[in-house]
Design a protein around this ligand. Structure first.
Ligand code: GDP
Ligand code: IMO
Ligand code: MG
Length: 427
């Protein structure tokens, strides 16, 4: 039995969707365990692209079950839109195949409003550059113990009362602080009610399903969202998302024991990208950065924003290895680096006059570190048709091997293009 966690090791958009889609082959159940529709996971099958925000990336495999765990924050409007889109493509999204935990917290219209109002009110240097999907405010309500959970959607009386209670504080903020019109509880209730009615069929006992599957020896695949350095605790705080994105949260966010997780696949993009604000030591503003942005088509899958690009940061990844304990790495977008004469790898940081192997601890110190680079010769060949490691040009193999040597983790999977088939499995 192998229960695998797939998680992002950088600042998101590492190619988790593609890797989950691939590894779904060996699993029977795929579970999202944190984040919400701030995520945008792209799958390309036979040239056709599908972008998923909430539904697990295993959904295109007809016989597998897809679950949304308790650690996720779920916008029911977006969830049902995604269900309808997939159904229109002929994908089976029937309740039973697709289950949302009764304990999953629900993103309400006022969460979205607060997310954007708060961002708008901030001075430019303080803006996080959130996706505006209401993620932070929904997690805040969960922690404040005033959240609405998926199970509540089936009980109109409870839902109405919870909206009323939540709006006491929300309206004080919206109207009193952000100069927005106050919301009427009845109007919000009427807006949510039809969606709530449709959601009920999808709500179930995710922890129970996962537990039963594991007891029967069936493989479960856990799909992370965002990336390690967007983690609420371990990321570049405060420029982070509002959930734990590290592998350990796969257990808490789906309701299983941590000992059941046998494999952790860290998805690493062959260079670094970041969307939104926050420090980025290896960020490039030159032709090499433009090459990555253009050849890698680095635009956000959720907001369409241009992604910032830079060299691979092994100091950042060393920390990811420590935090997630990956058994292997899935290295993606290696094809994008083809054509760059020289590649640079950041192997350490210089901070306050000293060299260090890991990110410093003080808030915003990552804005002050200076990368220590190692240069390697690049390759000019198009590698997108390579299917074995031996097919890759020598300099390309060396680049992969250098990453493995510094991080002490094997790149068991190398991705050379967006399509499911453009993959080198090294076992
Ligand atoms: P995720 O959020 O981690 O699932 O990643 P995204 O889907 O947001 O972004 C990854 C982008 O890179 C998507 O457009 C993928 O189709 C694409 N992609 C994934 N792997 C590769 C690869 O190996 N090469 C290239 N060129 N594109 C890739
Ligand atoms: P996937 O799963 C990249 C970033 C936002 C912003 C910060 C906080 O596709 O890798 P939030 O809306 O979560 O409060 O925004 O986090 N962010 C992502 N960046 N990929 C993602 O998801 C992201 N989800 C959130 O850009 O900087
Ligand atoms: Mg993405």
């Amino acid at each position: 039995m192998s229960n695998t966690v797939v998680m992002g090791a950088q600042w998101g958009d590492e190619g988790k969707g593609k890797i989950v889609d691939l590894l779904t082959e060996d699993a029977e159940i795929i579970v999202r365990f944190q984040g919400g529709n701030n995520a945008g996971h792209t799958l390309v099958v036979d040239g056709e692209q599908v972008i998923l925000h909430l539904i697990p990336s295993g959904i295109l495999h007809g016989s597998k079950r897809c679950l949304v765990g308790n650690g996720v924050v779920l916008d029911p409007v977006v969830f049902l839109q995604e269900v309808d889109k997939l159904a229109a493509r002929g994908v089976d999204v029937s309740p039973g195949r697709l289950v949302v935990s009764a304990k999953t917290h629900v993103i309400m219209p006022y969460h979205r409003l607060l997310d954007t109002a708060r961002e708008t009110s901030k001075a430019s240097g303080d803006k996080i550059g959130t996706t505006g999907r209401g993620i932070g405010p929904c997690y805040e309500d969960k922690m404040a113990r005033i959240g609405i959970r998926a199970a509540d959607l089936a009980d109109p009386g409870l839902l109405r009362a919870k909206i009323e209670r939540a709006l006491v504080e929300k309206n004080a903020l919206l109207a009193g602080l952000y100069g927005q019109p106050a919301l009427d509880a009845e109007a919000v209730f009427r807006e949510v009610l039809p969606v709530a009615g449709r959601m009920a069929a999808y709500v179930g006992d995710v922890a129970g399903i996962v537990g039963e599957a594991m007891a029967a020896g069936r493989n479960v695949l856990f799909e992370g969202a965002q990336g390690t350095h967007l983690d609420i605790d371990h990321g570049t705080y405060p420029f982070v998302t509002s959930s734990n994105t590290v592998s350990g949260n796969a257990a808490a966010g789906s309701g299983c024991a941590p000992g059941a997780l046998t494999r952790v696949v860290a998805v690493v993009k062959a260079y670094t990208t970041r969307v939104g604000s926050g420090p980025f030591p290896t960020e490039l503003g030159d032709a090499a950065g433009e090459h990555m942005q253009r050849v890698g088509a680095e635009f956000g899958a959720t907001t369409g924003r241009k992604r910032r690009c830079g060299w691979l940061d092994l100091a950042l990844l060393r920390e990811s290895v420590r935090l997630n304990g990956p058994t292997d790495i899935a290295l993606t977008k290696l094809d994008v680096l083809g054509g760059l004469a020289e590649l640079k790898l950041c192997t350490a940081y210089r901070y306050k006059g000293r060299q260090q192997d890991y990110p410093p601890l003080e808030e915003n110190s990552m804005a002050l570190v200076e990368p220590v680079y190692e240069a390697m010769p690049g390759w000019s060949e198009d590698i997108s048709a390579c299917r074995t490691f031996a097919d890759l040009p020598e300099n390309c193999r060396r680049y992969v091997e250098r990453i493995e040597a510094v991080l002490g983790v094997r790149c068991s999977l190398v991705s050379v293009g967006p399509d499911r088939r453009q993959t080198i499995m090294r076992g």
